[in-house]
Design a protein around this ligand. Structure first.
Ligand code: NAI
Ligand code: 15L
Length: 268
């Protein structure tokens, strides 16, 4: 397929940096935006999500937006409100004003973080499970999914909300054996979300085809996503170091893990 111009917000961040490297091979031409300068990318747009005029200019002429910008861990409500809730609203308004048809929204497993994790033969968690945010951060992702549904119902703007598990080069704890998404699978999923036809507002979980998966990937597969990785090759080492998840440990009881009990806080 022809390259599609995509605005990547949050391009200076961890996931943004991984996707800057991987998405061009899927045929996407990226325009970059972040509130911080993007290393090695002098043409990147440096703008805050609060700056509606800058956002309008940034989305002008793009086929789609991959919206990764925002606070990615727990913070104060005021900071989350400004960056994630108001910031996502400003992005959607700018996209609506400029006629952008598709947004891929970096939601998070923390929108449903207080959902008990499946054990034994329990069924996988469906995308239709009720929102159970585990933090103000997760609450902002629940809001983002509702915003996306509203812009579809009201204005016909399409969104794929990707409830990302943990997208890092390698899983670093036993919980991540269930929720990890390899960067290569992340690029496959974002590519599918950017290009699938007639998505309306679709919610998907974002992870690799992990042996210990907790949630249902069928809505992601329906977009054409075909994950190639499985965290299981890291399992023996991580379990030897950390032990299996402890059923009596509250940190291990829910999808959101320790975000439910002692959430890591954004440093800025
Ligand atoms: P990150 O914190 O490394 O990157 C976020 C980027 O957004 C930063 O470069 C930051 O400067 C930028 N940003 C923050 N506030 C902004 C504002 N007001 N205006 C413009 N730019 C702003 O986070 P990471 O890990 O790259 O995550 C990217 C997105 O994916 C986030 O929305 C996060 O919530 C979501 N996500 C990531 C997961 C992961 O495993 N990496 C898991 C679930 C969700
Ligand atoms: C997230 O939403 C965070 O942005 C990311 O840094 C990880 O902590 C991830 O969830 C996770 O649940 O592991």
């Amino acid at each position: 397929p022809a390259p599609r111009t995509v605005l990547l917000t949050g391009a200076a961040g961890g996931l943004g940096t991984l996707m800057r490297g991987l998405l061009p091979a899927h045929g996407h031409e990226l325009r970059l935006l972040d509130m911080r300068p993007v290393e090695g990318e002098p043409d990147a747009i440096v703008a805050d999500l609060a700056d509606r005029e800058a956002l309008r200019e940034a989305v002008r002429g793009v086929d789609a937006v991959l919206h990764l910008a925002g606070i990615s861990l727990e913070s104060t409500f005021d900071k989350i409100l400004r960056a994630n809730i108001e910031g996502t609203y400003h992005l959607y308004e700018a996209a609506r004003e400029e006629g952008v048809r598709r947004i891929v929204f970096a939601s998070s497993n923390h929108a449903v973080g207080f959902t008990p994790r499946p054990r034994g033969d329990d069924p996988l968690i469906p995308v239709g499970t009720p929102h159970r945010p585990d933090t103000f951060y997760g609450l902002s992702k629940s809001f983002g999914e509702d915003l996306a549904q509203f812009y579809w119902d009201k204005y016909g703007m399409e969104t794929v909300s990707v409830r990302i598990g943990s997208c890092f080069p390698e899983p670093s704890n036993v919980r991540m054996l269930s929720v990890w998404m390899s960067p290569a699978d992340g690029a496959r999923l974002f590519h599918a979300a950017l290009t699938a036809q007639d998505v309306g507002h679709t919610v998907v979980y974002g992870s690799s085809a992990n042996t210990r998966l907790w949630w249902d990937l069928s809505s992601a597969r329906a977009l054409g996503y075909d994950p190639q990785d499985d965290s299981e090759r890291y399992a023996a080492k991580l379990i030897a170091e950390q032990g299996e998840l402890d059923p009596d440990n509250p940190d291990h009881a829910h999808l959101g893990g320790h975000f439910c009990t002692r959430p890591p806080v954004w440093p800025h």
